[in-house]
Design a binder for this molecule. Structure first.
Ligand SMILES: Cc1cc2nc3c(=O)[nH]c(=O)nc-3n(C[C@H](O)[C@H](O)[C@H](O)COP(=O)(O)OP(=O)(O)OC[C@H]3O[C@@H](n4cnc5c(N)ncnc54)[C@H](O)[C@@H]3O)c2cc1C
Length: 309
């Protein structure tokens, strides 16, 4: 892992920096590149605009590691409202939740009950996605996911290609007909759990992606979504989809709001399932710094905003 990336990932966990950095206008301005605003209304407007371009969306309220049961309750109630607003507005949008925002640190059962209540409000044809957090949460997250999948078919989980364990996790989930969003992984992980070199992460992603596509064709998973902005990788997977004779709509790519916009539109125009994850909320600091870590060149973009102040 590069030094800049390591430093940024350490900074993403600093409460002091969160408290101080978020006060600066240039930091707030830089965040706007990755999120349409802090409110649900702004996220819904963005989802509507994406839909007009044939792009679906997944909404997520930023936040993680809540400390009080009452906070988890508020988050669950908020997502119930989000689903109601999406349905009322007739939007092609889904949601993605973080289990530590639903109380995973407090109690597995509490977290599961909140997740269950949320999924129960979703339409059967739409998926409620579960984000994957740092490696210490993978076992618990997959445990909650399995319980949710036993009760509802329309729940999906994110798997991270940088973890050594993911190949096994995928194999163990497939008999349950899961919905999977495959990503490379966004957290600082030690070398005994994750590939330290980017090229190994990329190679593992491609191998897992091929397995996912095969599983989708065999009806072993309900969704196979590729959460990446890696254009050469996306092109490679798209040509594989074509060669294997799948339809264009079998190929689903999910990206983050504000990143590779032209590619998001191109995929939609080609008839692929193009989806954008739209984040909103006031607790954006750790999430934003992870975005900087993914592409340290984003730091220059942020510094340019200092002079634009
Ligand atoms: C829809 C979605 C959901 C996600 N959910 C999770 C999750 O639940 N858990 C988790 O650990 N991670 C999650 N991630 C983040 C993911 O793990 C990666 O950190 C992130 O996607 C960057 O990796 P990449 O696949 O785009 O490939 P990379 O090889 O890192 O990047 C490929 C290219 O994409 C562009 N790019 C990538 N990131 C950025 C950026 N921040 N700013 C500007 N350009 C960029 C650059 O041009 C770069 O060269 C999610 C990502 C997406 C798209």
């Amino acid at each position: 892992m590069g030094v800049t990336r390591s430093l940024l990932l350490a900074a993403s966990q600093s409460a002091w920096l969160r408290e101080h950095a978020t006060r600066y206008r240039f930091v707030r301005r830089s965040v706007n590149r990755f999120m349409p605003g802090e409110t649900l209304d702004e996220a819904l407007v963005a989802a509507r605009m994406l839909q007009e371009k044939g792009i679906g969306s997944v909404l997520t309220q930023l936040g993680e590691n809540i400390k009080e049961a009452s906070e988890a309750e508020k988050v669950a109630a908020h997502y119930a409202e989000v689903l109601a607003r999406i349905h009322q507005a007739g939007l092609r949008a889904e949601i993605s939740v973080k289990l530590t925002q639903l109380g995973l640190d407090l109690s597995l059962d509490l977290c599961f009950e909140h997740l269950k209540a949320i999924v129960a409000r979703e339409r059967r044809e739409s998926t409620v996605w579960i984000d994957m957090e740092s490696s210490s949460y993978v076992e618990a997250t997959l445990g909650v996911y399995r319980r949710a999948l036993a009760a509802f078919p329309n729940v999906g989980v994110c798997l991270q290609a940088y973890l050594f364990r993911t190949k096994n996790d995928l194999a163990n989930l497939l008999p349950l007909r899961p919905a999977i969003r495959l990503v490379k992984g966004a957290y600082a992980e030690p070398p005994h759990v994750a590939f330290p070199k980017k090229r190994d992460v990329d190679a593992n992603y491609f191998a897992l992606a091929q397995e996912l596509l095969r599983a989708k064709a065999a009806g072993q998973c309900t969704r196979a979504a590729f959460g990446t902005h890696d254009i050469p990788l996306i092109r490679c997977l798209a040509s594989l989809v074509k060669k294997e004779g799948y339809t264009n709509s079998d190929f689903e790519v999910q990206m983050l709001y504000g990143i590779q916009r032209a590619e998001q539109e191109r995929l939609a125009q080609e008839g692929h399932r193009s989806i954008v994850l739209v984040a909103y909320g006031t607790y954006w600091y750790p999430w934003f710094v992870r975005r900087l870590a993914e592409r340290p060149a984003n730091l220059w973009f942020m510094l340019r905003n200092v002079f634009a102040s």
